[in-house]
Design a binder for this molecule. Structure first.
Ligand SMILES: [Ca+2]
Ligand SMILES: [Ca+2]
Ligand SMILES: [Ca+2]
Ligand SMILES: [Ca+2]
Length: 438
């Protein structure tokens, strides 16, 4: 099932590439979704409502916002520094936001009602007595069905079409990003990478594994880097350059290293940190061991408002206390009936910036299996960043998050130094034509 998504993705990327080749002027510009303000309001306490909304990647840099509770404007001057607001009110009214560009107030966003809790329960309309094919329910093919090595995706299509029940190739790790800056995406999976035209770029020869993280992990080295764990060779993890496969460092491990994470959790170590289920500690992006402690080895998420990552595992979001090297629980979603999926992988249904400001939302399975629970943060942040969904690397990450063993999306740039040098995304959006009633 997941491989079918991968194939569709490959076709889609090829399609985008073909468009790019026909028009040099839009060569590096990517089309992204036309999004609204995504305004969300959550009752945080009997006296407070927390509201946040989207800045778009296409908004002019000095865009401000006016926030309204009902018809009442809550701010004196347009809000230009943040896209969140804590409203001291005990009553529940609807909120809207209006962008202010060059002193002119634009039309109102869609309005939102106040959620009474920090999550939205989304009932699932399950067919009565319905069951699903085992292969569809199962997240992954059986381990025994997995062949060795990595096979280019194209070779597998015929087999897939002939009999998808016998289709066995199953990479555990993949990522997609523009590695050479030409506006077209490359695919990294296993130890290898493929150009937008399907031509192989390199292989590190280290086999594949079950987790891969691609971002600007080391801001002092040009381009993007990949942290990946491996099933063989006794490796606890390998950092390599995403564009050319150059090995930057590896750490010893043992056997099949099944889990690995890269996230920026130490503000006093520039760049990301990385660890795995066999790394016996956390390493800086320069390969220096910071501590023997090992945090949860699963997802990362932006939640508490600083510019480092928080850790997401099972139904928990933890901050990492980088002084004492230990987790500090921020959210236990199981208290609200939230459960992870994918067995021991214990992943969310999805994590992505889909509402409100740039912090990420967490969607879990309701433990009753009859609902999804969407959690959004109510912690203010002093930082303003456009929606992560307008960063192409992140947007692709959300698309592949469920393609292989679920891994969290990452940005295509490093924010740990602050947001002053965040790139303006080279994107354009096309508003969907209004749906005709005729
Ligand atoms: Ca490219
Ligand atoms: Ca880099
Ligand atoms: Ca760091
Ligand atoms: Ca968000």
């Amino acid at each position: 099932m997941k491989n079918a998504f991968l194939i569709v993705g490959l076709i889609y990327i090829s399609f985008l590439s073909a468009i790019g080749q026909n028009n040099e002027s839009i060569k590096a510009k990517r089309q992204m979704e036309s999004l609204d303000r995504g305004i969300v309001a959550v009752r945080k306490s009997p006296e407070e409502v927390f509201i946040s909304w989207r800045l778009l990647g296409t908004d002019p840099a000095k865009t401000g916002f006016n926030l309204y509770r009902g018809n009442q404007k809550l701010n004196k001057k347009p809000l230009t520094l943040v896209t969140n607001y804590t409203d001291k009110t005990a009553t529940d009214e609807v909120y809207t936001v209006k962008a202010v560009v060059k002193g002119k107030e634009e039309s109102a966003s869609a309005s939102c009602k106040v959620w009474q809790q920090s999550f939205l329960k989304i009932p699932l309309n399950r067919p009565a007595g319905g069951t699903m094919e085992k292969e569809v329910v199962s997240n992954r093919p059986d381990q025994a069905n997995r062949p060795a090595g990595n096979t280019p995706a194209d070779n597998r299509t015929d087999q897939l079409l002939q009999d998808r029940h016998q289709y066995t190739y199953a990479p555990g790790d993949a990522s997609v990003a523009d590695l050479d800056g030409d506006g077209k995406a490359e695919i990294v999976y296993g130890s290898s990478a493929y150009d937008d035209n399907g031509e192989p770029l390199y292989t590190t020869g280290m086999g594949h594994g079950d987790a891969m993280h691609l971002s600007d992990l080391d801001p002092d080295i040009p381009g993007l880097e990949v942290w990946a764990v491996k099933e063989t060779k006794g490796l606890g993890g390998v950092l390599h350059s995403a564009a050319d496969g150059k090995i930057l460092f590896s750490v010893p491990g043992e056997g099949d290293t099944g889990r690995g994470t890269a996230a920026d959790i130490y503000p006093d170590h520039r760049g990301f940190e990385m660890w795995s289920s066999t790394s016996k500690g956390i390493y800086s992006v320069k390969g220096v061991k910071i501590t023997d402690k090992v945090p949860s080895v699963n997802f990362r998420i932006y939640w508490d408002g600083d510019l480092q990552d928080e850790l997401l595992d099972k139904s928990f979001i933890d901050d990492w206390d980088y002084v004492n090297h230990k987790p500090v629980r921020l959210l236990d979603a199981s208290e609200f009936g939230g459960s992870s999926i994918n067995g021991t992988k214990a992943t969310p249904v999805i994590s992505a910036d889909i509402l409100g400001d740039w912090r990420e939302e967490l969607i879990l399975r309701g433990s009753d299996n009859a609902s999804l629970l969407l959690f959004t943060t109510t912690i203010p942040t002093e930082y303003r960043l456009y929606t992560l969904m307008h960063d192409p690397v992140y947007r692709l990450g959300v698309a592949w998050q469920n393609v292989v063993y679920n891994q969290p999306p990452h940005l295509g740039f490093y924010i740990g130094d602050g947001l002053n040098n965040v790139p303006i995304p080279n994107i354009f959006t096309i508003k969907s034509p209004a749906i005709s009633s005729k």
